[in-house]
Ligand binder design. Structure first.
Ligand code: NAD
Ligand code: IPM
Ligand code: MN
Length: 365
């Protein structure tokens, strides 16, 4: 049966990078017989502009009917002053929640050709291959929020007559932790059988529960070596000796932050793909970077994180590991040929634009 893909370009550089992914899909269909069709949908600021909502109902309906979704990025300065529930980012959180996409896989893999682009010394990152498993539909992103003016507000012994107070809540239930931790253990089993759980259990109740559940689930995976790090130490270890890690499992907010760090270890945030899966095996695939307002619209963004996200889509949703391998090999060959977008170019090195990078990958498929 023909696989149905929904393309959600979103905002900023989103349409530029998703356009390259569409070209790749067309090439795979025409040259390799990939049985696929696709349509477009609006999300984020683009959804707001057209329908007054960052996640228009029609987009969600298309998403529910798709075999897989590929998203560019959402957000931008133009939308930063909108009421909170209309902000583009709420569209992204909304589709993650509505589809139950709790398991976010963010592989940080160093292509050896990019060792020089990493912020770390080449010997620290040579052969780097980490998988960050980020919980994506819970925690502080979805906990109770409030914002109010409070009279006679006290902090410690200090009281003020009036203060503007805002709060977000980090809350997790045991089953939310258990399912993401199981995802991570299963992934570790297929890799180097090492799992590091990252939390802040020395301070946070939610992290204490997190650690408790990890210890319980670990009993079912005696073949996987488990360790625990506090998030501050984990951030330090990631830039001190990143190769000590195999799979990292962590909550929504820590995973967001640690994956941007991991991305830069591989040369650029423009290189890091992701897959977000639900319990039914449906997936949304997206680069981990944002809409990059500083470079959007200039045709210079790196499309590789998006193309590598498409490779994950081919592997996990379309069960075409062969074509995923082919696409990843094409990316590797293009990097070996010396082609560089600005984010991964060494100082003084020649740079190509988004389209030239996409075309070079397609030429090698
Ligand atoms: P960002 O990831 O958009 O950009 C951070 C830096 O990385 C910028 O200097 C940017 O130019 C660079 N960069 C990002 N992607 C690149 C690529 N493909 N090629 C080359 N360089 C790239 O993060 P930000 O600036 O903090 O956020 C900008 C907007 O994007 C905000 O509105 C934010 O909410 C949104 N955002 C969206 C997502 C998403 O859609 N998944 C993720 C992060 C941020
Ligand atoms: C990401 C982004 C999003 C997140 C924002 C845009 C809601 O930073 O996908 O990493 O924090 O999850
Ligand atoms: Mn992020």
């Amino acid at each position: 049966m023909t696989a149905k893909i929904l393309l959600l370009p979103g905002d900023g550089l989103g349409p530029e990078v998703v356009a390259e992914a569409e070209k790749v899909l067309a090439a795979l269909r025409d040259r390799h017989g990939l049985d696929v069709s696709w349509e477009y949908g609006l999300i984020g600021g683009a959804g707001y502009d057209a329908h007054g909502e960052p996640l228009p109902a029609v987009t969600l309906e298309k998403a529910r009917g798709a075999d897989a979704i590929l998203l560019g990025a959402v957000g931008g300065p133009k939308y930063d002053t909108l009421p909170k529930d209309k902000r583009p980012e709420r569209g992204l959180l909304g589709i993650r929640a509505a589809l139950g996409l709790y398991a976010n896989l963010r592989p940080a893999l160093l292509y050896k050709e990019l060792a020089g682009a990493s912020s770390l010394k080449p010997e620290l990152v040579a052969g780097l291959d980490i998988l960050i498993v980020r919980e994506l539909t819970g925690g502080i992103y979805f906990g109770k929020r409030s914002s109010a003016v409070v009279e006679n507000y006290s902090v410690g012994s200090h009281t003020v007559a009036q203060a503007r107070v805002a709060s977000d809540t980090e809350a997790y239930s045991d089953f939310e932790i258990e399912r993401i931790v199981r995802t991570a253990f299963e992934a570790a089993r297929l890799r180097n059988k090492k799992l590091c759980s990252v939390d802040k259990a020395n301070v946070l109740e939610s992290s204490q529960l997190w650690r408790e559940v990890v210890l319980e689930v670990a009993k079912d995976y005696p073949d996987v070596e488990v360790s625990h790090l506090y998030v501050d130490n984990a951030a330090m270890q990631l830039v001190r000796a990143p190769k000590q890690f195999d799979v990292i499992v962590t909550n929504n907010i820590f995973g967001d932050i640690l994956s941007d760090i991991a991305a830069q270890l591989t040369g650029s945030i423009g290189m890091l793909p992701s897959a977000s899966m639900n319990a039914q095996g449906q997936g949304l695939y997206e680069p981990i970077h944002g809409s990059a307002p500083d470079i959007a619209g200039r045709g210079i963004a790196n499309p590789l994180a998006t193309l590598l996200s498409l490779a994950m889509l081919l592997r996990y949703s379309l069960k075409r590991g062969d074509l995923a391998d082919k696409l990843e090999q094409a990316v590797q060959q293009v990097l070996a040929s010396g082609l560089r977008t600005g984010d991964i170019a060494a100082p003084g090195e020649a740079k190509v634009g988004t389209q030239a990078m996409g075309d070079a990958v397609i030429a090698r498929l």
